[in-house]
Design a protein around this ligand. Structure first.
Ligand code: HEM
Length: 219
């Protein structure tokens, strides 16, 4: 069993499959996270804080979900870096044109760099909110969010993170479907369009927070 798993993970298709599954799971998390954050727009600070308190009421279950989330991020990023290093080594041996690999888009050409920006953004983001919340230093999460995103530095960091996320997802979601073999001559163009639309909705949705809280002045 472990032998089979080891062989699967050491193959290129195995790594790509695990990346696709972890990546799509992270997209699922992002959809839920965005819907949760939208409580701020739909119901104001009270609704947002009530939603956060509701999540906390799950206690240890929430912590299990957080550990699963962390594992998904680490596995996804770790495999991405491994594949990028292997591709770089292969390119130094023999040149393969981008065209022969199916052409390139701004999203596909910048996957590693946008992935690294997202990783850096995530570290800052978790230090901004989750760590102080766990340490009991944040009582009013909505207020903390408004204060952080009302500053030029805060809004700037969040905008850069969200732009990187949009670019990354514009290629990643459709690529994951392709890796998993979910292709059909008739449906693939629709899936590609839907994947790009979802990437745009997520990026624009998250961007409303730095944009509105900065230009709206936080309060
Ligand atoms: C730009 C708009 C965003 C806002 C306003 C926002 C807001 C928040 C807040 C307030 C928390 C703390 C929740 C709590 O402690 O109850 C949080 C946690 C988190 N956010 Fe975001 N977020 C944004 C974007 C993102 C993006 C783009 C990602 C991923 C790429 C992300 C990933 C996370 C993660 C992993 C956590 C920790 C979840 C946990 O441990 O429970 N967030 N976010």
């Amino acid at each position: 069993m472990f032998c089979w798993l080891g062989r699967f993970l050491s193959s290129s298709i195995g790594k790509k499959t695990v990346m696709a599954v972890t990546g799509l799971s992270l997209v699922g998390f992002l959809c839920v996270h965005l819907l949760g954050n939208f409580q701020l727009w739909a119901g104001g600070d009270v609704a947002f804080n009530e939603y956060a308190a509701h999540l906390e009421s799950y206690g240890w279950l929430l912590h299990v979900a957080e550990i699963v989330l962390l594992v998904l991020f680490v596995v996804h990023a770790g495999l991405a870096l491994k594949i990028a290093a292997a591709n770089r080594a292969a390119r130094s041996v023999g040149y393969r044109s981008r065209e022969s690999m199916g052409g390139s888009t701004p999203g596909s050409a910048t996957m590693v760099i946008t992935g690294l920006v997202i990783l850096l953004f995530l570290v800052i983001h978790v230090i901004d909110f989750r760590v102080p919340k766990l340490a009991g230093r944040i009582d009013d999460l909505a207020l903390a969010l408004r204060e952080r995103l009302a500053t030029p530095a805060g809004a700037g960091i969040y905008l850069v993170g969200v732009i990187a996320l949009g670019l990354h997802l514009s290629h990643a979601i459709q690529s994951a479907f392709q890796t998993l073999g979910l292709q059909h001559p008739r449906w693939t163009p629709i899936v590609k369009l839907g994947a790009r639309a979802l990437a745009l909705v997520l990026a624009l949705g998250f961007a409303t927070f730095p944009l509105f809280l900065f230009f709206g002045g936080g309060r």
